[in-house]
Ligand binder design. Structure first.
Ligand SMILES: C[S@@+](CC[C@H](N)C(=O)[O-])C[C@H]1O[C@@H](n2cnc3c(N)ncnc32)[C@H](O)[C@@H]1O
Length: 298
């Protein structure tokens, strides 16, 4: 659609492609919505996550209205892209250059996959997996918008966890917290297998412990494989759209924050299992399998 959005402002700058992506998503997802309507939806999605009001169906709730879909596609997704890009850039140079394809698990609108590609600085392909048809259709727009070769598959974790090949990496951004405990435990097994097979992994979640109470279990199990548990904090230039929504909604993203499990990391031995740590691994895994209560689920 060529008609400018009524709230459109010239965006541009160092992040011009990001601005253009946001603008296109606003046109597509929320053509009739005003700025205050989108702002309200941003606040509603934020409180759904932060207050964990619903432990079941949270993912579906975040896309149940046009406003929430707009919040997801134009506000949260760009923030996720910036953080995933940062996380991928922490992988060693040689590793980033060796990756040919990234599997984006719970890809949503494609933000983490594209951020990962940008952080690797290469022309890799993204395979996006998600159970939401709406999210996948947005992901296809995202891939096209950033000129990334991408494919999408509508299927659920854990059944559809991919078979990894050499040159494959895995990114899972803000999706593990939406899984049922059992599916999350299968994801953990999958990630350990990935590392054992030499496939880089990046798992990203919010810093807030109550959103990912299972994090220490994942971290313990994966750190035994040389995976690094890191806090990411940085202050990137933000798209003006995000700044406006922040100002209007009382949210503050001047510093972006997340936690990530990353492998490999510069200076870490590649793929070696720390035998001492791995003695506690089975126990940690048993804990993950038996972890009571799902996280925010969708
Ligand atoms: C908060 S969104 C994050 C999306 C994206 N990774 C990002 O960084 O913006 C979580 C995504 O996980 C997807 N999801 C939740 N449970 C899933 C499952 N069992 N299988 C596949 N996708 C799932 C949801 O449909 C949603 O798109």
């Amino acid at each position: 659609m060529d008609r400018p959005h009524p709230d459109a402002e010239p965006l541009y700058g160092a992040e011009a492609p990001l601005d253009a992506w946001i603008e296109a998503a606003r046109e597509r997802v929320a053509p009739g919505l005003s700025f205050p309507e989108i702002r309200k939806a941003v606040q509603a999605v934020s409180s759904l996550y932060v207050e964990r009001r619903a432990s079941v169906g949270l993912g579906a709730k975040t896309t149940e209205s046009a406003g929430k879909r707009a919040a997801f596609a134009t506000y949260y997704a760009p923030l996720h892209l910036l953080i995933a890009r940062r996380a991928a850039s922490m992988l060693p140079d040689a590793v980033r250059k060796s990756i040919r394809r990234v599997h984006d698990l719970g890809c949503g609108t494609g933000a983490s996959g594209v951020g990962f590609v940008q952080g690797c600085g290469g022309a890799l392909e993204v395979h996006g997996l998600d159970r939401s048809g709406w999210a996948l259709s947005e992901a296809r727009h995202t891939f096209a918008q950033f000129g990334v070769a991408g494919r999408t598959r509508r299927a659920a974790i854990p059944e559809a966890l991919p078979k990894l090949r050499p040159g494959d990496a895995v990114v899972a951004g803000w999706s593990a917290n939406e899984l049922e405990a059992d599916a999350r435990a299968r994801l953990l097994d999958f990630l350990m297998e990935a590392v054992r097979g030499g496939n880089p992994i990046v798992l990203i979640e919010p810093l807030a412990k109550r959103i990912a109470p299972w994090w220490p279990t994942f971290a313990r199990a994966l750190v035994a494989y040389g995976v690094r548990d890191v806090e990411i904090r940085f202050e990137p230039p933000l798209p003006r759209w995000i700044e406006r929504l922040d100002e209007a909604s009382g949210l503050d993203h001047r510093e972006l924050r997340a936690r990530a499990l990353l492998w490999p990391i510069e200076g870490e031995p590649a793929g070696g299992v720390d035998e001492d740590a791995s003695s506690g691994l089975r126990q940690a895994l048993d804990g993950a399998h038996g972890e009571g209560g799902p996280g925010p689920d969708g």
